[in-house]
Design a protein around this ligand. Sequence first.
Ligand code: 6R9
Length: 635
Amino acid sequence: MSRYKINNLEEYFKEYKKSVREPKKFWDKIASENFTWYQQWDKVVDFNLAEAEVKWFTEAKVNITKNCIDRHLAKKGDKTAIIFEPNDPAEEAQHISYNDLHLRVSKMANVLKEQGVNKGDRVCIYLPMIPELAVATLACARIGAIHSVVFAGFSASAVATRIKDSECKIVITSDGGYRGNKTIDLKEIIDEALTECDCVKTVLVVKRTNNAVTMKEGRDQWLQPLLDVALENNVAEIMDAEDPLFILYTSGSTGKPKGMVHTTAGYMVYTAYTFKNVFNYEENDVYWCTADIGWITGHSYILYGPLLNGATTVIFEGVPSYPDYSRFWEIIEKHHITQFYTAPTAIRALAKESLDYVQKFPLKSLKVIGSVGEPINEEAWHWYNDHVGDKRCPVVDTWWQTETGGIMISPIPFVTPTKPTYATLPLPGIQPVLMDEKRNEIEENQVVGSLCIKFPWPGIARTIWGDHQRYKDTYFSAFPGKYFTGDGALRDEVGYYRITGRVDDVVIVSGHNLGTAPIEDAINEHPAVAESAIVGFPHDVKGNALYGFVILKETGEQRDRNNLIKEINQQISNQIGPIAKLDKIQFVSGLPKTRSGKIMRRILRKIAEGEFDNFGDITTLLNPEIVEEIKQGKI
Ligand code: 6R9
């Protein structure tokens, strides 16, 4: 994959303008120069945003796994494609070369075919972070089956909903999974889920933990014996550019999860291009993204983006706190990681612990460090920059979504000067705009607005599985002719974007549009505070007032609560203004979080409003028990 020839901000602006003036030419060049195609496209892009219709590289024929694996074999078959770092540091890491990966994916593809999986069939993959997860996912892509990876932390009912929605024919799971000092019985969860799903005829089971499982006659089979006898040669399916590659469910803040559909060629081009440029990837780098493959970050930046570039990518089975809080840093040292990509929630959790954990390791191999998933607060940004990046590695705060397929707004390392809490500038080819309440595009800088994208890019999801109308309503109707991200953003005087959170996180207090993120930032800077979440609640005078849920650090627990409340409000006054002061503060021991680490504010909003039931589905929360505790604290 070729890299931008951009050395400074001025050159960035030049390249950016070119990409906006002639988007077709821009993407045509990237697609032509960096991939193996069976057949070229006739049109680069064909779209009608009013109807939510987008096609890229029409009529082109391609297989993404040929581009991820086969084409690297001649020159770097022996190069490590995947490093598997197990949960238990005493278990040896595995190095899987491109040759090995080719063999494993080919065999797995043949097993799937023998099990009757055909092009277009949906395959549910419910596996822990082990090599088989990557292999199974790629094997689907190889034969043109549509993978639906479900994060292996989801409950039986959440998996069942997803399996039923896309009518998966087969499930690939394991006997169990390790996470820290826990073992999770994945097969048992699948057994329970499948009591509701008639569509699944076959379950293939990977052996990982050796715990006892029940195998249902005629439905369940161990995977290994099938792989042992599988043929080694597999001819990749020839796919149309717009054939679906995968479905990935993303929870709407309410209602049933949305099965976002990504198609083949556009997603391939976009993930390869963004990986190369945002992480400044060079041959021989060792790249590590700590996400789970069950999220879009794992799909695009553990699997596809890195492999399309012939990179070495790490799959880590464990958690940052096991056996202790130095695990991440120890792994960086052990595998000489050059690019490290994680989430603010992990950074905050690690920053809460003693500095000794991170300072034990020099981390000299690192070149670029990244953040994704939610706004990174100022304190966490500085901690990451100072103690992990040593002020030497640019922090790429990357804004994007399941729906966008890949990174949209991010600094380009060594080109874009970073600014804490700012995702900074759009990548070339991406055209963000801010919209005001009257649905007009805001031209000037130093404004806040709803973040939309006004021209399609290759990685955009094409539809919601089985519900194109919902896709259109959710993303293309609030601002006709534009893709609406659901996020609010602030654009500063030089055009840098700061994502302020979901638009439903914006609280209007006395007519002032307040994003929750900057207020939370201010609170979190108080030395006694570990984390906080702000929501609005109806107020007679102000329209809305602010309610803060605050987690204290251990040292803060000893302090007088009334003084703390005063100090926290003073801190907000100083940083944002008295308008943003909180009317109510409740100290809590945890916040309701989704399994990808996002605070589920709709629950907090209900509690703040004094409504104690109708929380909707809370089974997908990481910590559903916290809801009751917060409720009790409020009463
Ligand atoms: C990749 C991913 C998407 C939502 C998105 C926004 C938030 C992601 C962010 C960020 C501020 C960043 N988000 N990255 N907010 N700064 N760098 O996380 O996809 O799980 O679909 O979430 O996450 O609110 O709209 P997804």
